[in-house]
Design a protein around this ligand. Structure first.
Ligand SMILES: [Cu+2]
Length: 455
């Protein structure tokens, strides 16, 4: 709502100091509002143009627009930004209109959109409208379909939205660096008939990843696979807001993936259906129930379910993606009695921290000195203690009394009597046990190696 007001206040009152803009008329550029805080902004209810049910961008916002002679006009500004990944850590990224990820663009099937793109980066850029059906010359591929947008200049894209669905935008110029720096956003095209595919809550998030050394703030842009911060809308848990719904709500979650690897998105407590893919909506007859859906690189997935009361974990199922920054070159210490060793090492390396011989849960509860500007590897706390998660993790909070349209965090779930796991102190019989190995395996293990096996 705030964004909308800011937009209305500043629209038309802006002069941009670039030469290329004058051709399209500087006074006609809708001014770029920015996100007020890294909290999830309330859905931007359309006041002009065709009606639709807006999405909620987790820890993000929707780009305001204005109608001009029947065309929906947007203004994206590519620029360096500072993004708080979670309280305690800020990153120097590149993004759009003050944020990475950039604001969500929302429009309606049948809309004609005109999108001004101003480049305030130190190098050329472009925007590719990922998944969109449009004229080849609007596809945004530097060198192939357009010259690069030079620093300090503005380009204009204009096309008709022929299909509803979940799409993305990102640069197609120095892509490796610009996407590693956080340049990306979601582009939601709503159906022309607002009743079609209508849901009660429609959350959107974009998967990105960064490699930022603890204590520094700028991503290492040449990293191929070993990222240490796995983000939703450029936030990591516990900096990711909960997804809030009312019991019985039809909830849609849309996920786009612009990282360098796939992410199996897993939701507890519900069976969902994938209702949308890269190319649009999945027909009813082709949907099947899931609890995890893999989102490959460059893909978008929308899935829907009927919300059940509770606090439900929602996360990427690659367990290293629910962790924050940490070196992975740490030996596994489970089961190692290292007390003597630790003493000896401490004499050589005074800062040596011994960890992990009883598992790594201790890490989640430990408070240890960290360099400035980094986050604990496993963190976040719930009503029962440490959650021990970071990265791509949040909580779906479903409540009977959550008001329609209210996205405020309702606090922790109050479990009905008899529905909560608890400590048990009664008598237990002997538990069933599997045998350690078969007779054949014991014989195999007792053999003397010949020196050639395994080659
Ligand atoms: Cu993942």
């Amino acid at each position: 709502m705030n964004n909308r007001r800011n937009f209305l206040r500043t629209a038309g009152a802006t002069a941009l100091g670039t030469a290329a803009v004058t051709r399209v008329g500087a006074a006609s550029l809708p001014e770029a509002a920015s996100q007020a805080s890294p909290k999830t902004q309330p859905p931007l209810v359309p006041k002009t143009g065709r009606p639709y049910s807006p999405v909620a961008t987790l820890n993000g916002w929707t780009l305001p627009w204005r109608m001009k002679a029947g065309v929906k006009e947007f203004h994206l500004v590519a620029e360096p930004v500072v993004r708080e990944l979670a309280p305690g850590m800020k990153a120097n990224l590149w993004g759009y209109n003050g944020t990475s990820v950039g604001p969500t663009i929302e429009a309606v099937e049948g809309d004609r959109v005109r999108i001004f793109v101003t480049n305030r980066l130190p190098e050329p850029t472009s925007i590719h409208w990922h998944g969109m059906l449009l004229p080849s010359g609007m596809d945004g591929v530097t060198g192939l379909t357009q010259p690069a947008i030079a620093p300090g200049t503005t380009f204009v894209y204009e096309f008709l939205l022929t299909k509803s669905g979940t799409f993305m935008y990102h640069p197609h110029a120095d892509e490796m660096l610009q996407m590693a720096m956080g340049m990306m956003g979601l582009f939601i095209v709503h159906p022309k008939d607002p009743e079609q595919y209508k849901v009660d809550r429609d959350f959107v998030l974009l998967l990105s990843a960064f490699d930022i050394e603890p204590g520094s703030a700028t991503p290492k842009v040449n990293t191929m696979l070993d990222f240490n911060l796995w983000t939703w809308n450029s936030r990591v848990f516990p900096g990711i807001d909960p997804l809030v719904a009312r019991t019985g709500d039809r909830v849609r979650i849309r996920v786009g993936n612009l990282t360098m690897t796939n992410h199996p998105m897993h939701l507890h407590g519900h069976h969902f259906e994938v209702t949308g893919t890269d190319g649009g909506w999945v027909p009813q007859s082709a949907r099947w129930p899931e609890v995890t859906t893999d989102v490959a690189v460059g893909q978008m997935r929308a899935f829907e379910f009927d919300a059940t009361a509770g606090d439900w974990a929602f996360h990427c199922h690659k367990s290293h993606h629910t962790m924050n920054a940490m070196g992975h070159a740490v030996p596994t210490m489970v089961g190692v009695d290292a007390r003597g060793v630790a003493e000896k090492i401490t004499k050589l390396i005074p800062d040596y921290m011994h960890m992990g011989d009883r598992g790594m849960h201790d890490m989640a509860e430990m408070e240890m000195p960290l360099p400035d500007n980094t986050l604990p590897m496993m963190t976040g706390s719930g009503p029962f203690g440490a959650i021990g998660m970071g990265g791509m993790f949040s909580v779906l909070k479903v409540r009977d009394n959550q008001k329609p349209g209210d996205y405020n965090d309702p606090g922790w779930f109050k479990h009905p009597p008899g529905t909560l796991a608890k400590a048990y102190t009664g008598n237990l019989g002997e538990p069933a046990r599997g045998r350690a190995s078969t007779a054949d395996e014991r014989t195999f293990n007792a053999r003397k190696p010949t020196g050639h096996e395994g080659h």
